[in-house]
Design a protein around this ligand. Structure first.
Ligand code: 6GU
Length: 237
C-alpha cells in the first residue's frame, strides 16, 4: 500500500515514520509513505502558498494553484498501479474516522492525504478535486498533519503482516466484536497489593475466554453504551 501525504510541513512526519511499527512496515515494504510539499509547487515568486480570504476575516487560506499542481504531480507517479487512488482531505468538517473506515482504506492500494493548515483551503480545492473529507473527532487541530498520521496509523496496523502476531489487531477494541478490549496483566502476580485475577493464572482456556468476553461487555456497557447499540444495529442488518 502506498500513501502520498501533501503538506506544508513534511518534516512533521519524520519521527513518526522512523520508529516502531511504521518503520518496520516500511522497511519490509508492506507500506510506503511519500511526502510532498505544497511549497515545491507554488508558482508565486515569493514561494507563497497562502493568501487572505476574499470578504475579509481572520487568517490565511491555502491557494488553489499549489494544491492542484501538487496533486497532479502525485498522480503522475503511477507506481505500476491501475486502480484509481483515494484522495482524502483532512478537515474537522469531514466524516468521522472509525475502525470501519480504517478497514475500508486498508483495502486501497493508494491513498493521497491532503493536510490543510491555517484557516483552511480555498473552497475550490474541495469543488475541483472532490476529495473524501475525513475528520478524526470533534475538536480542532492546528492542521491536518497529526490527523493524517492518525489515519495512516489506524490503517497500517490492519495490513497483513504488519503486526508481529498476525491475529493481534483482531482483538483490538472496536474490531471483530465491536466492543472495548478486556484488561490484561503481566508479571508479577502481585504489585503494590494489586493481584492478577485468579482465572488468568489457572490455565483453563475456556474459562479465560469467558472471563475476557464478560469483561469486554461489562467495560463497554459502563464506558461506551453507544457501541452496544451500534453493534446490535449492525447485527440486525
Ligand atoms: Cl482531520 N483536521 C483538523 N485541522 N482538525 C481536526 C481534524 C482534522 N479532525 C479533527 N479535528
Amino acid at each position: 500500500m502506498r500513501f502520498d501525504v501533501c503538506t506544508l510541513f513534511p518534516e512533521m512526519f519524520e519521527s513518526y515514520l522512523g520508529q516502531s511499527i511504521l518503520k518496520r512496515a516500511i522497511d519490509r515494504e508492506l507500506v510506503s509513505v511519500h511526502r510532498w510539499d505544497f511549497r515545491d509547487y507554488t508558482d508565486d515568486k515569493h514561494n507563497k502558498v497562502d493568501d487572505r480570504p476574499f470578504g475579509g476575516g481572520p487568517g490565511m487560506l491555502i491557494r488553489c494553484q499549489p494544491v492542484f499542481d501538487c496533486v497532479e504531480a502525485v498522480r503522475q507517479v503511477d507506481d505500476e498501479n491501475d486502480e484509481p487512488d483515494e484522495l482524502i482531505s483532512l478537515t474537522p468538517q469531514g466524516e468521522r474516522l472509525d475502525q470501519q473506515l480504517a478497514a475500508e482504506l486498508a483495502t486501497r492500494k493508494r491513498v493521497i492525504l491532503l493536510c490543510g493548515r491555517y484557516e483552511g483551503f480555498d473552497e475550490r480545492i474541495r469543488l475541483g478535486l472532490k476529495p473524501r473529507e475525513v475528520s478524526i473527532g470533534d475538536f480542532v487541530l492546528n492542521g491536518g498533519e497529526v490527523a493524517a498520521m492518525v489515519v495512516i496509523d489506524s490503517v497500517v496496523r490492519l495490513l497483513p503482516g504488519v503486526l508481529g502476531d498476525e491475529t493481534s489487531s483482531k482483538y483490538d477494541s472496536f474490531s471483530e466484536s465491536g466492543l472495548l478490549e478486556y484488561p490484561q496483566y503481566t508479571r508479577p502476580r502481585e504489585y503494590r497489593g494489586m493481584t492478577v485475577p485468579e482465572v488468568l493464572i489457572g490455565g483453563n482456556h475456556e474459562e479465560v475466554a469467558r472471563w475476557r468476553a464478560e469483561q469486554s461487555l461489562q467495560r463497554t456497557k459502563e464506558r461506551r453504551a453507544d457501541l452496544i447499540q451500534q453493534q446490535s444495529q449492525d447485527d440486525a442488518g
